[in-house]
Design a protein around this ligand. Structure first.
Ligand code: FAD
Ligand code: UDP
Length: 364
């Protein structure tokens, strides 16, 4: 039986950041991942045509947390990048999130900022309290925009009605009376200059860190004696689904290379709320700034089965998660951190923040 100070399950943001913090503090850590690569869902790689793509869908880094941006800046240089998205309605791509230009183009209007505010005020369906994602959207933009941009996209993405999802899901998307067409307005928006995987290689490059890939925790669980375990996989799996399965939404990614197409679409991502079985198409060259005679794109097809990607924010799932969390609290020698282990719809920067906080607690 092997003995080490800390075993870390998962080489994504949660596992890698905790590993680095403990290693910097002098602890020897072993990081395992069941996949054949590091970086978790942020993993990127050159496809067979030499285009840098994100295997698990588009990842755009954005944060208001200066401390988090500075932390990651120890491990990568950056390329400034502000993501833009179009939402296709009746075959036409409109700025999304909805802004003044969206209204003017969609309805043939010439609203100024005040006019746009008055428009939303006129069409919105006030909801009190705002509980579900349906409430959020109807309360801010009313039924027509809800049906054009949100209803069917949400049905596709989650396999649920917006009324069944917590408010926080749709509240990720702002509504604007100005003409700002950026997807995010965070202070820091950038892509790792040489890609995410390179950044993770730098995070894990430490004499106190050993990484073993293609190793599942379940195969190792009874064979290894660690003083502490940091677990970043799905929390229900850790407890052998004792209370039943927590739903995690999955996706199928359809990658395609288009030779001799310099640019496939106008923006990094185009959303298809109403047509197709996929939700969106992302063209990676927009994100990475890479020059190449061809281009590579990915389509995302949501599905219930498959690798866990998204916790599904609804009251009944949170109640089930709370039961698992109570079990987790009794495991004093295990720390649960990350999007899957905490069952939270975390962005990358939030996982870094959660991992730094966990490491701080562990180091006392
Ligand atoms: P993960 O990256 O999932 O890492 C967990 C790791 O644990 C995995 O590598 C897994 O293989 C491993 N593991 C699990 N169980 C076991 C086991 N039993 N044994 C061994 N290993 C195990 N965030 C943003 O900020 N911006 C974006 O643009 C963005 N886009 C996204 C797009 C998509 C399609 C998805 C799915 C997510 C996106 N995110 C984005 C969110 C981002 O991916 C996550 O916040 C982040 O990667 C989560 O890191 P993590 O370490 O918690 O989990
Ligand atoms: N959404 C939508 N229409 C869109 C884009 C998003 O209805 O064109 C809703 C949908 O419910 C989605 C949520 O807003 O799940 C959050 O969107 P975001 O782009 O943040 O999702 P992610 O990038 O995390 O998949």
């Amino acid at each position: 039986m092997k003995s080490l100070s800390t075993l870390i399950v998962g080489a994504g943001y949660a596992g890698s950041v905790v590993a680095r913090e403990l290693a910097d503090a002098g602890q020897r850590v072993l990081v395992i991942d069941r996949r054949a690569h590091i970086a978790g869902n942020a993993y990127d790689e050159y496809d067979e045509h030499g285009v840098l793509v994100h295997r698990y869908g588009p990842h755009i880094f954005h944060t208001n947390g200066e401390r988090i941006f500075e932390y990651l800046s120890r491990f990568t240089e950056w390329r400034a990048y502000e993501h833009r998205v179009r939402g296709v309605v009746d075959g036409v791509g409109y700025p999304f999130p909805i802004n003044r230009d969206t209204l003017n183009r969609l309805y043939g209007l010439e609203l100024d900022e005040q006019g746009a505010a008055a428009f939303f005020e006129r069409v919105r369906e006030p909801r009190e309290p705002v509980r579900s994602s349906e409430d959020v959207v109807l309360n801010s933009v009313g039924r027509d925009l809800y049906e054009k941009f949100f209803l069917n996209y949400t049905r596709k993405q989650w396999g649920l009605e917006p009324s069944q999802l917590k408010a926080g899901v749709a509240a990720r998307i702002p509504v604007r009376t100005n003409t700002d067409d950026r997807y995010f307005t965070d202070t820091f928006q950038a892509m790792p200059k040489h890609g995410y995987t390179k950044m993770f290689e730098a995070i894990l490059d430490h004499p106190n860190i050993t990484v073993e890939l293609g190793v599942d925790f379940s195969a190792l669980r009874d064979r290894i004696k660690a003083r502490h375990i940091v677990y970043t996989g799905p929390i229900d799996a850790y407890f052998d689904y004792r209370y039943g399965r927590l739903p995690y939404r999955s996706l199928r990614f359809e990658h395609e290379h288009l030779p001799d197409v310099a640019q496939f679409q106008e923006t990094g991502t185009v959303n298809y709320p109403n047509e197709h079985d996929y939700t969106r198409i992302t063209e990676f060259k927009h994100l990475t700034g890479q020059h190449h005679s061809g281009t590579s794109i990915v389509r995302e097809y949501p599905q219930a089965e498959g690798d866990p990607y998204y916790p599904v924010p609804r009251a009944e799932n949170e109640a089930l998660f709370k039961r698992y969390q109570a079990l987790a609290e009794q495991e004093s020698e295990v720390t649960f951190v990350g999007r899957l282990a905490q069952y939270r719809y975390y962005n990358m920067d939030q996982v870094v923040g959660a991992a730094l906080a966990s490491a701080k607690r562990l180091l006392g």
